[in-house]
Design a protein around this ligand. Structure first.
Ligand SMILES: Cc1cc2nc3c(=O)[nH]c(=O)nc-3n(C[C@H](O)[C@H](O)[C@H](O)COP(=O)(O)OP(=O)(O)OC[C@H]3O[C@@H](n4cnc5c(N)ncnc54)[C@H](O)[C@@H]3O)c2cc1C
Length: 427
């Protein structure tokens, strides 16, 4: 190897992490090739946020940001410092993509509401930096001639030589996007551990709710309970009943803890507070007033004050409360049951919907074997990781892309430093 001929950094996977790794490596002066299995880059960026792309979040302080990753946020602290949300926004703004912050969760979107603008900006940046993009090129293994990653073996039998490789093949959620979990066996073959994989940000299965499919509950508060203990923070927002159970923003946020419990053979329960603006004493007072003033009304008609009409019979049946009885005929036990159910309508989770529709994969390349400051493998020299292939996952809110931008940047930059050092040390 000649002293000044820098060997290329080759990146596998043209999603958010892979494009960012390619950009960072090229910016740092390395020749870069990006290999993507499908016929286009950034499929998940395109469909994300309902086609609008929730790029990142206005929450920018690393110590606050890491709390938004129920899957190992602390691992991200250094990468988020090196590449905070402001940096991806700078890149997009330089390419003419204006961005906006949306309440109530401070999600950041392109002003155009067009995810394609984000992809176009990343592609333009790569073009300017001279990144070579090879589409329809699947990798199937890491070339390891002498204990050092020296390229990718390709599915067509070829070899893509490299001084360092960055593996950004994503997780296994939404496989129609091209992310089919290809990277996991590749690194297991090299001695890396992959922690158990399960979906996050996924609808949950609950029996007996078919009659409510399509009905939404607005601005309720959900919590997840495992073994009688609250297993994650509560979330406020909308809930949607589906043919197979529960979905909607708050259920997706709670799904990670529920899915993990179900996979571990534990009973998970989602509890919905239908009146989250009132504390227990206020709800109690309100029900006492109902019992005093509306004795002639049927229980079911009183409930129409708080619940969509179609939900009332199901709510009452599950609470074993007689909707056709007049309030005056119902005693204190019924009132207390109603109080409890309004503040915590419980749903036993029987499972999660498939990886086919999950937004994120929890689990992945074990973080004990990856250097959090460089994204380098601690097992194989010249191998770097970024994005969802790592055992890191965040809540809805732009946090998963932010993890991809930050780890992609660090991995690309460090892979470039590695190949430059290789060329310097060459005889
Ligand atoms: C419907 C949906 C909506 C989402 N919305 C948001 C959102 O608004 N905000 C947010 O922060 N997150 C969102 N996410 C999550 C986010 O999309 C992912 O966390 C993020 O895309 C992960 O980036 P990545 O580059 O690591 O992996 P991916 O985006 O999955 O990219 C991996 C790439 O590698 C390629 N690849 C796979 N195997 C091979 C191989 N063998 N050889 C070569 N290439 C290969 C794939 O084709 C793919 O292009 C959403 C996810 C989904 C499914």
């Amino acid at each position: 190897m000649s002293k000044h001929l820098i060997p290329p950094v080759v990146v596998a996977g043209g999603g958010a992490a892979g494009m960012m790794a390619a950009i960072a490596a090229a910016e740092s002066g390395a020749p870069v090739t990006l290999l993507e299995k499908t016929g286009r880059l950034g499929f998940k960026i395109r469909i994300s946020g309902g086609g609008r792309c929730n790029i990142t979040n206005a929450l920018s302080e690393p110590n606050a940001l890491i709390t938004m990753y129920p899957g190992h946020g602390r691992f991200l602290r250094d990468a988020l410092r090196q590449y905070p949300p402001a940096k991806i926004l700078d890149l997009l703004h330089r390419h003419g993509v204006a961005t906006k912050v949306e309440a109530p969760y401070d999600k950041i979107f392109p002003v155009s509401d067009q995810s394609q603008d984000v992809i176009a900006a990343l592609e333009a940046e790569m073009r300017q930096l001279g990144v070579v993009v090879r589409l329809n090129t699947a990798v199937r293994g890491i070339h390891l001639p002498d204990d050092r990653a020296a390229g990718f073996r390709l599915a067509d039998g070829g070899l893509s030589h490299a001084g360092a490789v960055v593996l950004c093949t994503g997780g296994k959620s939404l496989p129609r996007s091209g992310s089919t979990g290809d990277g996991y066996p590749m690194v297991e073959a090299l001695g890396h551990q992959v922690t158990p994989l399960f979906p996050s940000l996924v609808p949950l299965k609950v029996a007996g709710l078919q009659s409510l499919a399509g009905v939404a509950l607005r601005n309720v508060e959900g919590s997840v309970w495992v073994g009688g203990k609250q297993a994650d923070r509560p979330w406020r927002g909308d809930l949607l009943f589906t043919h197979t159970g529960l979905s909607g923003p708050i259920v997706l946020q709670l799904s990670r803890a529920a899915a993990a419990a179900v996979d571990a053979g534990q009973q998970a329960q989602i509890r919905i507070n239908l009146l989250p603006d009132l504390d227990q004493a206020a709800v109690d007072q309100m029900l006492q007033a109902v019992w005093q003033d509306r004795g002639r009304q049927q229980l079911s008609s009183v409930l129409h004050d708080w619940l969509p009409k179609s939900v009332v019979p199901v709510f009452l049946a599950l609470a074993e409360l007689p909707g056709d009885r007049k309030i005056a005929e119902l005693g204190r036990p019924a009132r207390l049951t109603l109080l409890q159910r309004l503040r915590g309508w419980p749903f036993d989770v029987t499972g999660w919907q498939s990886f086919d529709i999950a937004e994120v994969t929890a689990g992945g390349v074990a973080l004990t074997e990856v250097n959090a400051k460089t994204m380098a493998s601690k097992i194989v020299a010249g191998l770097y990781f970024a994005g969802e292939i790592l055992d890191v996952d965040g809540y809805v809110g732009g946090y998963n892309f932010q993890a991809a931008w930050s780890t992609g940047h660090v991995a690309g930059k460090q892979a470039a430093a590695y190949v430059k050092a290789l060329s310097e040390s060459a005889p």
